[in-house]
Write a protein that binds this ligand. Structure first.
Ligand SMILES: Cc1cc2nc3c(=O)[nH]c(=O)nc-3n(C[C@H](O)[C@H](O)[C@H](O)COP(=O)(O)OP(=O)(O)OC[C@H]3O[C@@H](n4cnc5c(N)ncnc54)[C@H](O)[C@@H]3O)c2cc1C
Length: 352
């Protein structure tokens, strides 16, 4: 026996939940599967730009205070290679400080409220593409076959759906290590973005989360990532008088860092699975939501399986172009470029 749906969405992160909400709104019978439980933990700094709330508006959602951390909003503070004295906050700008676990749970619950069939603890195993797509799922040892018009892979940076597509380029990954510390320092309620090649070829960050300090950095090589994080903490001690007391948690996560690929035939990819992440800042939640919305609208407007992909490609092009622009910036540019970047950003934010 095969279960039949219009759309199968793999992964109940921001991309998958957003896509499923829009699919149901468009009248599509939608199955959303998640290998973890509801509200599974995702290592993430949880910084969301305010523009993302417009995407949530499109889903008929208002960002709930209950999914924000403490402090709920943060200013953005850039620190250039020459140090704190030449850095500063962007004026009249803030980002939301999400509690990522609560945010993802909230979105998935909204999806269920809207009529999405959500199966948790269900692992996508493989697929076979024809006029329809067949997927094999596994829930606590039970195998389930599903036949659908479309599969949407929203299963993150290490996407299995993407790996099932023979034309898909292998995703390169950036390792990100973040630590949560009890401690002190001369830190405001800001998201500190640290740009300094001597510490890391990519970026470092620090922000407050419910009485702790979350510190992280990314690198292509995981050994280098550990060294970068140690260098970042020493630098924070000298620049911000950071005094670490006790490490609460250390976690490792991955960001897509290679080529974007948005699908093939009646299988489409969104969010991290497609590689839609800003390589410069590590920001991906907004693109996950945006691509989720876009794929659902493309499916609704398509007359055939392949046409949906064509429409999705066209509508996702601005996101793809943006991501492309951010590729290699951090590796190719030297500290002089970083210094100028921060200066320009600070000047720009002080214009009005
Ligand atoms: C350390 C770190 C810090 C970050 N900080 C930020 C930040 O501050 N702001 C920001 O915007 N972005 C940040 N990002 C990036 C952001 O987390 C991602 O871009 C975002 O989570 C992408 O959402 P998604 O829905 O595409 O994928 P995910 O959130 O990864 O969700 C994928 C879902 O698919 C499920 N899944 C995977 N495989 C299967 C399978 N086989 N079957 C069923 N389900 C499956 C997973 O369990 C997961 O729930 C950070 C990333 C890292 C690693």
């Amino acid at each position: 026996m095969k279960d039949k749906y219009d759309v199968l969405i793999v992964g109940a992160g921001p991309a998958g939940s957003a896509a499923s909400i829009k699919c149901v709104e468009e009248g599509l019978n939608t199955l959303l599967v998640e290998k973890g439980g509801l509200g599974r933990h995702k290592p993430c700094a949880g910084v969301l730009p305010p523009v993302a709330s417009y995407v949530l508006d499109e889903l008929g959602l208002h960002l709930s205070d209950n999914v924000l951390s403490d402090p709920p909003k943060l200013k953005v503070f850039y620190v250039p290679p020459s140090g704190r004295a030449n850095g500063g906050e962007l004026r009249n700008y803030f980002v939301f400080n999400l509690d990522r676990d609560l945010f993802d749970r909230w979105l998935a619950e909204k999806a269920v409220e809207r009529g999405v069939n959500l199966q948790t603890n269900t692992n996508f195993i493989t697929l076979e593409q024809g006029a329809q797509v067949e997927a094999i799922l596994e829930t606590k040892g039970n195998i389930q076959k599903v036949e659908v018009e479309y599969i949407v892979g929203a299963d993150g940076a290490n996407s299995k759906v993407r790996r099932c597509l023979k034309d898909a380029p292998t995703q390169k990954l950036l390792t990100v290590i973040q630590e949560s510390w009890e401690g002190y320092g001369e830190f405001e309620d800001s998201f500190y973005t640290i740009l300094n090649r001597k510490i890391t070829p990519t970026y470092g960050y620090l922000l407050k989360k419910r009485g702790t300090l979350l510190i992280g950095t990314g690198a292509k090589d995981s050994k280098l990532c550990v060294q970068s994080l140690e260098a970042l903490k020493s630098w924070l001690k000298s620049m911000f008088n950071f005094k670490p007391n006790k490490m609460i948690k250390r976690e490792v996560g991955f960001l897509p860092y290679g080529e974007c690929f948005i699908g093939c035939g009646n299988v489409m990819l969104i969010g991290d699975a497609a590689g839609l992440c800003n390589r410069f800042s590590g920001e991906g939640i907004r693109f996950a939501l945006e691509s989720g919305l876009t794929v659902a609208e493309s499916i609704k407007d398509a007359k055939s399986g392949c046409q949906a992909l064509e429409i999705y490609k066209m509508r996702a092009q601005p996101i793809l172009d943006f991501v492309e622009k951010t590729a290699n910036i951090l590796e190719e540019k030297d500290d002089k470029w970083r210094e100028e970047f921060v200066l320009t950003e600070l000047r720009r934010s002080n214009l009005w």
